[in-house]
Design a protein around this ligand. Structure first.
Ligand SMILES: [Zn+2]
Ligand SMILES: [Zn+2]
Length: 254
C-alpha cells in the first residue's frame, strides 16, 4: 500500500512536494513528511529512498532527524540513493551549516541518520521488498525505483525525469503493475520541460510508447499546480484509459 503524502512539483496550500510512503515504513522521496504525519507515524519510518538531491525531494530529512533527537527517541533512519545524491545530501545539506550533521548526532555510535550508497541496477532487499534504482534523465544525477514484492507485484516510481530511452530499455519486459511517472509542465512548455529534465503530456505519450509491457495502472505526479487544469485536460486528450492524476492523501494499491 502506498500513501501519497505529496505529489506536486511545487508547494501551495493542499499541494506538497513528492513523498510516497509504503506500508507506513519505507518512504520514497522526502519532499513531504512532517506536516502530514504525526509523531507516532514519523517514528515508523525506517528507510528513505531518494531519487535525486533537489530540495523538493530531500527537504524533510533534516526535520525528521531533529524530531527524533528532540523527542529523545532511540531510532535510526536509513537514507538510500546513488553515490552523487548521497554526497550532495552530506556535503550540501547536513554540512553543519545549513543543518547540523545528523549522521553523527546525538553521538557517533547512535547517529539518527545513516547514509547508504546504492549502485544503479543493483537490487537491494528491504523487508519483503526488492528495491532497484534505475538511472533516469534529469538535470542532476537521478534515479527511479523499481519495487517488487514477494508475489512479484511491481511498481516503478520515476522521480523527476525527462525523456529517456535507457531507463525503459533496462526495465525491459518486466511487467510494471503500477507506474508513478512525472508530468510537470503543459504541452506549450515542452522546451522548458526538455531543458530542465521533465515531461509534458505529449512527452509522456512518447515515453509510454517505449515501454515494452504496458503498465497496469499509470499515476501522474509532480504537476506544477499553476498549470493543473491545462495539464489535466491535455492528459485526458491522450485517451489513455488507466491513467490517473495523483492527489495528496491518496492511497495506491499495487
Ligand atoms: Zn528535480
Ligand atoms: Zn522535483
Amino acid at each position: 500500500m502506498i500513501k501519497v503524502l505529496g505529489c506536486s512539483g511545487a508547494e501551495f496550500p493542499k499541494h506538497f512536494p513528492p513523498g510516497f510512503l509504503v506500508d507506513g515504513r519505507i518512504l520514497f522521496d522526502a519532499g513531504t513528511l512532517n506536516n502530514v504525519l504525526d509523531e507516532r507515524d514519523q517514528l515508523k519510518i525506517k528507510d528513505i529512498f531518494i531519487t535525486h538531491a533537489h530540495m523538493d525531494h530531500i527537504r524533510e530529512i533534516p526535520f525528521l532527524a531533529d524530531n527524533i533527537i528532540i523527542g529523545g527517541w532511540k531510532r535510526k533512519v536509513n537514507i538510500f540513493s546513488i553515490s552523487p545524491v548521497i554526497k550532495d545530501i552530506k556535503n550540501n545539506l547536513l554540512n553543519s551549516k545549513l543543518w547540523p550533521d545528523m549522521t553523527v548526532l546525538p553521538d557517533t555510535h547512535h547517529a539518527v541518520l545513516s547514509l547508504n550508497t546504492l549502485k544503479a541496477e543493483q537490487p537491494h532487499r528491504i523487508g519483503d521488498y526488492i528495491v532497484t534504482p534505475f538511472k533516469v534523465n534529469h538535470s542532476v544525477p537521478a534515479v527511479g525505483y523499481l519495487v517488487e514484492d514477494q508475489k512479484k507485484r511491481r511498481f516503478f516510481y520515476t522521480g523527476d525525469t525527462g525523456p529517456t530511452d535507457a531507463t525503459w530499455r533496462k526495465l525491459g519486459k518486466r511487467q510494471i503493475h503500477c507506474l508513478i511517472i512525472e508530468v510537470s509542465f503543459p504541452n506549450r512548455m515542452g522546451e522548458i520541460a526538455l531543458t530542465t529534465g521533465h515531461l509534458t503530456p505529449r512527452l509522456l505519450e512518447k515515453e509510454l510508447s517505449k515501454i515494452e509491457a504496458m503498465p497496469g495502472q499509470i499515476y501522474i505526479t509532480h504537476l506544477k499546480p499553476q498549470f493543473y487544469k491545462t495539464i489535466k485536460l491535455e492528459l485526458q486528450k491522450l485517451g489513455v484509459g488507466n491513467l490517473t492524476l495523483l492527489e495528496e492523501g491518496q492511497i495506491i494499491r499495487v
